[in-house]
Design a protein around this ligand. Structure first.
Ligand code: HEC
Length: 168
């Protein structure tokens, strides 16, 4: 075989190897990349998940569980306002558009059906207005108890909100 023919053969073999191997080498990398996290969920993880838990279960007595519950606060106007006026929410390092998206994720997705039928999502302008009046009482638990009583009167299933606060 001439030198040139030999090189051509080697080249053809290399090309064949690449054609067969490259797709296998590349495919697993693509398949194993993690699923994209929606922006509201990742903002929750960064700003809220440290206290409330990755999935809304805080495991701490002093921080309320919000999974399967947060939507109950939309049963009354006072509850709706409370959610945005909570200091950790009102002062979150997020603009009001992103904060509205995080709170809608919290009440509708993480809240898993606890929001009353037909409850309206938070809008950025509603959030912007409410967060200018953050709760400034140190008697937050007492304030919450009054709000929860009003919510349970409207949405009896919300009675499990009482699991938090009793012993504080
Ligand atoms: C430093 C810990 C901490 C961080 C950070 C935090 N929270 Fe909270 N959150 C609390 C505590 C404690 C309460 C109970 C009320 C209170 O004492 O402020 C609460 C109350 C709530 C409630 C009402 C639950 C109830 O049953 O009363 C919701 C909803 C909530 N937080 C969502 C959020 C969201 C969304 C964020 C992120 C933007 C966030 N929190 C950040 C500690 C935290």
């Amino acid at each position: 075989m001439s030198r040139r023919a030999h090189l051509a053969t080697v080249g053809a073999i290399l090309a064949a190897i690449l054609i067969f191997i490259v797709p296998f080498a590349v495919t697993p990398v693509v398949a194993s990349s993690p699923p994209a996290i929606p922006p509201a969920a990742s903002a929750y993880l960064e700003g809220c998940g440290g206290c409330h838990g990755v999935e809304g279960h805080s495991l701490a007595e002093r921080v309320p569980d919000i999974a399967g519950k947060a939507g109950f606060f939309l049963c009354t106007q006072a509850g709706r306002e409370y959610l945005i006026q909570l200091p950790n929410v009102a002062f979150a390092h997020l603009d009001s558009t992103k904060l509205a998206a995080v709170m809608n994720f919290v009440v509708f997705d993480m809240g898993r059906g606890s929001a009353p039928h037909g409850a309206k999502p938070f809008t950025p302008s509603e959030v912007a207005a409410l967060r200018t009046k953050p709760i400034d009482t140190t008697a937050l638990v007492a304030l919450r108890t009054g709000i929860v009583t009003g919510i349970v009167a409207r949405c009896p299933k919300a009675v499990n909100l009482n699991a938090y606060g009793g012993g504080l």
